[in-house]
Write a protein that binds this ligand. Sequence first.
Ligand code: CTP
Length: 393
Amino acid sequence: HGSNLADKLGYRIFLVGGIVRDLILNINNYDIDLVIEGDGLEFARELNEILNGEINTYDQFKTASIVTKDGIKIDIATARREFYEFPAALPQVEQSSIKFDLYRRDFTINTLAISLNRDTFGILLDFFGGEKDIIDRKIKILYNLSFIEDPIRIFRAVRFKHRLGFKIDDNTWELARNAVKSDVMHEISFQRIKEELYIIFDEVNTVDILNDLKKLGILKEIFPEISSWDKVFSMIAQCKKGIEWYKSISKTSEKLNNRFLYSIIFCYLSESDEDLYKKFGLSKNQREIIRFIRIKGREIIGKVTQDDIKPFELFSLLKDIPDEGLIFLTILSKKKRQMKNRVKQFITELRSIRIYITGKDLEELGVKPGPLYKEIINKIYREKINGKIKTRE
Ligand code: CTP
């Protein structure tokens, strides 16, 4: 559809960026990035007429994004324009081309484009040696000021290195180090850093990525509150296993907020957690949970892992802690197996126990309404959780 439409409108159309890289590497990628030489917004609107998906347009940037009914995401950009000011009276010249658009990108491996117009369908455009760098498994920036212009690219370099099993080119690594030394990290908002961190948390090799960021001097710049990175790394590694364990025992793993779980680790291990609450943008409720874990966490672990704990006591100790906090406590505990067994018992058995008696039943039994109701119901609940009451009746 895209090819026909672009031909009809008289525009050049290209598939670009990560998806082309991943095609060459034989990796699945369902994010389609298109660049249009022409009016990208008009193209996007007409394409969506055909696809009938959801469209968002960003008029200021001349970009649009469509999500098809099958959930495929298509980003459409208008080839960026470069303006050249000529001296004296010559008019401003505007050029719009795919090559300029690709030159503005982060690494050579992301600068490949495939033409999608019918007459040139499938032709690979490789202006900056991207294909060779993919084959050589190298991450290279295109121009020396790249990291200064956009320091987020340093995070991306390290992320691609570990995701794809590539090497960062020596010169690129040096430029990244120099950029960090010249204080660029303070020029970007923590919001952008945070978004990049969240992507890193979801990667398989999170700890390796963070370790490289540490080597580049980035971590101490963005988290001066944290002194022991070894502890953070060790907890993150355990956290990954904890999430897998949780998924294996719980049927509702999609509810788990991994970001919050990782923020707990950072806040717990920081010297001034209040600053980190703000940086991570935690809600009041989330802050209270972390404060609670800081103050009571070890005491709760101690009680939960006692040999003779009764089910109701276990239930009472854990009932107000969200699942992210429960996973965190299993990481924190020294008696891990015992702790996991108890948390599992709580999640899979105890917390779904219900009682069916109501105030109405008590009234029918002749109990006068009053505080006694609550006491009776609590006691029944306790005995049911402790396993003494076995039937609904
Ligand atoms: N890009 C960039 N600088 C950034 C972010 C993105 O130059 N700070 C460019 C990259 O060249 C990338 C394109 O914008 O190919 C699209 O960005 P994104 O979708 O984030 O990158 P992908 O390469 O598709 O990576 P991912 O696999 O993480 O989606």
